[in-house]
Design a protein around this ligand. Structure first.
Ligand code: AMP
Length: 606
């Protein structure tokens, strides 16, 4: 069996890691970076770009460059994050066929799992290049507060990317695994994870027996670095309106430049007390009059702009402690995870809240990927004694009379777990029952996340109340929900139709898997061709240089002339193969060019 990797599929950056020997290590990409931007672009020539290369061209190709797609994964069309992205993202967010979201890139619609799959493919390729063999299985992380739809959609992304996701684990839990790995300790740990798009807090007990038990978790899947960037953008936009009476939000390219500048300023403000923001020629107005944006943001001003965001994270910390019936003093270590925890203001607020210095020993960008790799190893190594006990972040339940929500599996229950409920018919000869499943904490079902409708069909015809069906709700170790039903009298399993409220159908996924495979073949072939082209061009350059010398040496001899004509032809053939992108011909040409090179060397040595 091939190596199983761990992938942190982040809002801003993604990271892939593997355990080799007993040592977990992050795998650098070709540029040597340990994290890869979670960005995808389609170029004018319809070429797909992922990672740094997509980020580099984001300003000039803003409409066709997708970032922060994780904020949209598994979301319904009308959800707040989707509506926000529709208004503010430089790329086009449109409604999909299943009340879901599609992204329009150069006229082609992509589902969000497809975009996530492109990032996963990139991480798979990074891992394969490093390991030197195909990687087909992975543990993928998600924010602890992701609901079932978001988890399912992430799993779909793995499938589309040609990866079997052997487990989905929660990001803060992964961080705790990496922190506690190999250390014998008994400790209560809080993981404060603020990334590009999401916030999670988890409280865990790490046992010296290698048991990692999550006590409680809470979070906000729409609170992260992006919101801090938006605060700076809003401030810049307002300043520009005050100065020039021009709204920069109307221009997609200006918006992308603003976003970049806002993030840069935010990062600078982690090490400096003020950041200069200069965006020359940000927009042109009237008769081609160019306007420039120039501003200085002071750290205290930035802290004021986003203080409510930071306060929200602290409130959630308090709520999760309450939920776990713990007090701050019970927490013996605080881990800071996610790029945003580099912000001094956040560090201060966390320090003040927990009344302790956060742990310095974890790398906020890499620790989640490392934890995923550790879990991947534990799941595939029969000798592993590590045990991970996670919880479900949301209550799972159904809609009952009056639109109320009845919880069946409470939040923070250890997973896997299952609960069942007996349903009876309410009309004579009723042959079907419809059950609406939700996840959330609101008393009104409609305020919670709809996971789907389950229609139990083929019930026995009987008087009302006579048919009893046991419906079993199950949450597996990935936090993914499934439902089964049984007629209690006959023991017959009922057929269940699941209507996904968002996401992709089986056949759509199947089609996307095929397309992704084609892309992998194309990509591998184009990489092979690129290597061959470089080698051929080097040989051609050397041969052309030698040609001139050989020509002088063998001038007039018949053998010499023939050899020179042949060499010319070979060079032309190789150039033609490059132009036609004919890999097979190019490989042949390389061999003959090498032979000619040896022959020329022989002649010149005489
Ligand atoms: P992650 O999702 O963990 O990769 O976190 C990415 C988020 O962290 C992005 O919003 C980044 O802008 C932000 N970030 C990265 N480095 C810093 C820094 N030094 N100061 C403040 N924010 C940062």
């Amino acid at each position: 069996m091939g190596k199983v990797v761990g992938i942190d599929l982040g809002t801003t950056n993604s990271c892939v890691a593997v355990v080799e020997g007993d040592v977990p290590a992050v795998i650098p990409n070709r540029g040597g970076y340990k994290t890869t931007p979670s960005m995808v672009a389609i170029t004018e020539a319809e070429k797909r770009l992922v990672g740094h290369i997509a980020k580099r061209q984001a300003i000039t190709n803003a409409e066709n460059t997708v970032y922060a797609s994780k904020r949209l994964i598994g979301r319904n069309w009308e959800s707040a994050p989707v509506m926000a992205a529709k208004e503010t993202a430089p790329y086009k967010v449109v409604e999909g066929p299943h009340d879901d979201v599609r992204i329009d890139l150069r006229g082609k619609l992509y589902s969000v799992p497809e975009i996530a799959a492109m990032i996963l493919v990139e991480m798979k390729v990074i891992a394969e290049d490093y390991i030197g063999e195909p990687v087909e299985q992975a543990v993928v992380t998600v924010p602890a507060y992701f609901n079932d739809n978001q988890r399912q959609a992430t799993r779909d992304a793995g499938t589309i990317a040609g990866l079997e996701v052997i487990r989905i684990i929660n990001e803060p839990t992964a961080a705790a695994l990496a922190y506690g790995y190999g250390k014998k300790m008994d400790k209560m740990v809080a993981v404060f994870d603020l990334g590009g798009g999401t916030f999670d807090i988890s409280i865990l007990e790490i046992g010296s027996d290698e048991v990692f038990k999550v006590i409680s978790t809470a979070g906000d899947t729409f609170l992260g670095g992006e919101d801090f960037d938006t605060r700076i953008m809003d401030w810049l936009v307002q300043g520009f309106i005050d100065e020039h009476n021009v709204d920069l939000r109307k221009d997609r390219m200006a918006l992308q430049r603003l976003k970049d500048a806002a993030e840069k300023a935010k990062i600078e403000l982690s090490s400096q007390t003020e950041a200069e923001i200069n965006l020359p020629f940000i927009i042109s107005v009237g008769q081609n009059e160019a306007l420039h944006l120039q501003s200085v943001l002071k750290r205290e001003v930035f802290e004021e702009l986003c203080s409510d965001l930071v306060d929200r994270t602290i409130d959630i910390c308090q709520a999760t402690l309450d939920e776990a019936e713990l007090v701050k003093e019970d927490v013996e270590e605080v881990l800071l995870v996610g790029g945003m925890t580099r912000m001094p203001f956040i560090q201060k607020k966390v320090r003040d809240f927990f009344n302790r210095e956060p742990c310095k020993g974890v790398h906020p960008d890499e620790v989640v990927g490392l934890g995923a790799a550790i879990q991947a190893r534990a799941l595939t190594d029969d000798g592993s004694t590590m045990l991970l006990l996670d919880v479900t972040p949301h209550t799972l339940g159904i809609m009952i009379a009056g639109g109320h929500f009845e919880g069946l599996i409470p939040q923070n229950s250890t997973v896997p777990t299952s609960r069942s409920k007996i349903f009876t018919t309410i009309r004579d000869n009723q042959t079907a029952v419809k059950i609406l499943v939700f996840q959330g904490e609101d008393e009104r079902a409609s305020k919670n996340e709809s996971l789907g409708e389950f229609v139990l069909t083929g019930l026995r015809k009987a008087e009302k109340g006579q048919v009893e069906i046991e419906v079993i709700f199950d949450i597996n170790a990935d936090g993914i929900v499934s439902v089964a039903a049984r007629d209690l009298e006959t023991g017959m399993k009922q057929s269940i139709t699941v209507t996904a409220s968002s996401g992709l159908t089986e056949s759509e996924i199947h089609k996307m898997v095929e397309q992704s495979k084609d892309y992998m073949v194309d990509r591998r072939e184009s990489e092979e061709f690129e290597a061959a082209r470089q080698e051929a061009e080097r040989l051609i350059r050397e041969l052309e240089r030698m040609y001139v010398q050989v020509e002088k040496m063998v001038a007039g001899s018949e053998f010499g002339n023939e050899a020179l004509i042949k060499a010319r032809d070979l060079i032309e053939n190789a150039k033609q193969a490059i132009e036609l992108k004919d890999l097979i011909q190019l490989k042949d040409s390389i061999e003959t060019l090498k032979r000619t090179q040896r022959m020329f060397k022989g002649v010149l040595a005489k």
